[in-house]
Design a protein around this ligand. Structure first.
Ligand code: FAD
Length: 445
């Protein structure tokens, strides 16, 4: 065993359990726990940064005050910290998203230049991108065969499961003080309306999982589409920041139970979109399916006015407005409603899906480039399989089907039915026909 200290650079893995990189570092000798406040985070919405601040404070408490938080570009900060303690290795959980991947390549080169190493272990996914392939090594373009193969491959992938390492000799050096209002002067609003979807540490996230498992999970396949019901796990924020690893959740599922299988499938979607984005980083902000590049979208002054009404939740379509207000108020929106508001933006308002995706990334605490932008492309019909462009959600029918007694709509749009509520800003039947006309025009080219 070497007694050389090493650095564990935490990113989207803010936990001590089920942490392959930490286990590896702790087996080697003393460990410095590092988090870098990257200037790139400044573009994340205020609520996501406030949540991150709180998560860092909790992680620091778990580490008995030994989390070293530094501010600056990782390419400069990480080698500096490694040199300061004479560490050879900097351990990280591998990041496959476009920004993280490029950042790590740059940091790895900078470390190498000064005789250090970036050592990657595990990932925040069950199966890392590039692992689930066809027999000929080509990637899957559609979800269902991906999922089938994922089930077979999953068993061969090393599981990160493991208790937090004990008796770690933590090394500490100066870092910034997280204080009460964190690095951005943002305090997490603990008085969030409605049930908050935010856990700020692994204990909270695992307690939420236990509650969900003992109650709603068995009804998940029926209740998950009902926004008025607390029928989903609410773990997307915890998964996004890595307070829990998805393998921990999978380990608790009973194979063959219909609801458990559907839940597993949702976690496979998460892996699938990460795989697609890793393979096609350009698909973050451009159509995955270039055949639809020619669809005409509106971007003039009137389009901006329509977008403003969509953002503030005053479209006159109660299910859309309810979702958009839930997002602003809590930083989370139910999945069914995410699909409805996304379809509405693209097919009823004819706006670029990128406008909506950017708004979501700014306001969602669970905002994740792969799941969000491919969720948007799914709704827009420009992405992977499943929702061809000509399939247009009817917001009235969706509301009747998934919020039959109106509980969700009334919760978020209390003025519904009064003179204060606006008339529908468009006629769905007319805009549906217009969306189909634009689609046909593209095909005819
Ligand atoms: C337009 C649009 C944008 C979205 N943006 C995001 C986003 O930025 N971040 C994000 O985590 N999810 C996103 N989703 C997926 C999904 O809406 C959320 O993951 C889900 O609502 C989170 O709630 P939950 O944890 O209670 O989900 P549950 O139903 O309990 O699902 C469990 C977990 O599975 C994963 N999951 C579920 N559905 C999906 C899906 N369709 N795609 C990928 N992963 C999924 C999530 O990690 C989720 O936490 C988006 C979906 C759409 C249609």
């Amino acid at each position: 065993m070497s007694i050389r200290p090493s650095v564990v650079w935490f990113r989207r893995d803010l936990r001590l359990e089920d942490h392959a990189a930490l286990q590896r570092a702790a087996a080697d000798g003393p460990v410095l726990a590092l988090f870098v406040i990257d200037p790139a985070f400044d573009s994340a919405g205020e609520r996501r940064r406030a949540v991150l601040s709180e998560m860092l404070r909790r992680l620091d408490a778990q580490l008995e005050g030994n989390l070293v938080v530094r501010r600056g570009a990782p390419i400069a900060v990480v080698p500096e910290v490694a040199a300061a303690i004479g560490a050879t290795d900097v351990h990280v959980t591998r990041d496959y998203a476009p920004y993280g991947h490029a950042r790590d390549a740059a940091v790895s080169a900078a470390l190498r230049a000064t005789g250090h190493r970036l050592v990657g272990s595990g990932s925040s996914l069950v199966v890392p991108p590039g692992t689930v392939t066809k027999d000929d090594g080509n990637p899957y373009a559609v979800f269902t065969p991906f999922r089938k193969r994922w089930s077979a491959v999953r068993r061969e992938v090393a599981s990160p499961l493991g208790a937090a390492p004990t008796n770690v000799d933590w090394v500490s050096i100066d870092g910034i003080d997280l204080g009460v209002d964190g690095p951005w002067g943002l305090v997490l609003d603990t008085a969030l309306p409605d049930h908050s979807m935010v856990d700020v540490d692994a204990t909270g996230a695992l307690a939420r999982w236990d509650r969900f498992r003992s109650d709603a999970l068995s009804r998940y396949s029926d209740d998950r589409d009902r926004p008025a019901i607390d029928g989903t796990s609410g773990l997307s924020c915890a998964l996004r920041f890595g307070l829990v690893h998805p393998a921990r959740l999978l380990a608790d599922l009973e194979p063959g139970h219909p609801s458990h299988d559907v839940f597993e499938s949702e976690l496979v979607w998460r892996d699938f979109y990460a795989d697609v984005l890793n393979r096609r980083p350009d698909s973050a902000w451009s159509n995955l399916d270039h055949r639809l590049d020619g669809i005409v979208v509106d971007t003039d002054g009137r389009a901006h006015e329509r977008f403003r009404r969509w953002c503030e939740g005053s479209t006159g379509f109660p299910i859309v407005d309810a979702g958009m207000r839930q997002l602003r108020a809590t930083g989370w929106m139910h999945n069914r409603v995410r699909m409805i508001v996304a379809s509405f933006l693209v097919k009823d308002l004819h706006l670029p899906w990128q406008w909506g995706a950017r708004w979501f990334m700014r306001h969602l605490i669970d905002g994740d480039l792969a799941s969000n932008n491919h969720g948007w492309q799914w709704a827009a019909g420009t992405g992977t399989d499943a929702a061809p462009y000509f399939r247009v959600f009817n917001p009235w029918a969706q509301a009747e089907r998934f919020d039959p007694d109106g509980t969700y709509r009334e919760r978020w749009v209390p003025e519904l039915g009064s003179d204060d509520y606006p008339a529908p800003m468009v006629d769905h039947a007319v805009e549906r026909a217009e969306a189909l006309r634009r689609y046909e025009a593209t095909r005819a080219r």
